[in-house]
Design a protein around this ligand. Sequence first.
Ligand SMILES: [Fe+2]
Length: 275
Amino acid sequence: MRPVTSSYSKSDPAAAVRATTNAPHAPLARELGSLANVSGPNGIYIGWRPADAADERRHRLLAEVTVGLERTKAMLARLGPDLAQSGLLAAFETRAPATYLHACRVAEGAVALASRIGLPAMEVSGIGRAALFHDIGKLAIPLHILDRPGSLSDDEMAILRLHVTIGAELLAGIPVLAATAPIVRATHERHDGSGYPFGLAGSTIPVGARIIALIDAHDAMTARRPYGTPLSWSDATAELVRCAGTHFDPDVVQAWSTMFGGESMPAVAAVAAGA
Ligand SMILES: [Fe+2]
């Protein structure tokens, strides 16, 4: 993208509209409903001229994420630190109910595995909290990406991957949840260093993130979805074993398959179903 600037007179609104609607921030301007939000001081507009149509699409997606992030931050600012945690969860449950239930199941599994491994109680509850909020960054991801049943383009996948960084940023700003931020940020790192966002490997990945990554993958494979057939509990465990040492910490996989490989933990699913 090439940075460009253009200026317009505030006494000529038509020129301002042209300057804005010709720019890649046009969707952002429409969403915000105010030119003032995209114009700088003294009517100077600063933006980027896209190199091609794909570049413009990319820019539009980023603008959508920016709007989502700012909307969430504005909500947190209005609620204040005491209500931030429940406000985030309420917004999450409302916007993405299936993902919210997934996060509840991952928290349940992460607490069970972390305590069976023998981690201290304080660390176990911190890991559980991080698991509950591990997908909270998806609040800023556009729903047309989040709810897409088919495969995503490379650009859309790159946008989806931003959820760990966005989630960590949101959590770091809430005192009671700040300790979960480094764990959430690392939940898509892989044992062999091929994950994101930093390519951390082995024990440089926080243990909570290694546990959550495993439960997250197991739940994704076994959960009922509107498309595709879920794997059985033991087939999903076999897949984790297959990826031990590449995606997942082999010690964590070993602990999981020994302690929970043949045993489901249906508490959240049972409550959700009214059983
Ligand atoms: Fe997840």
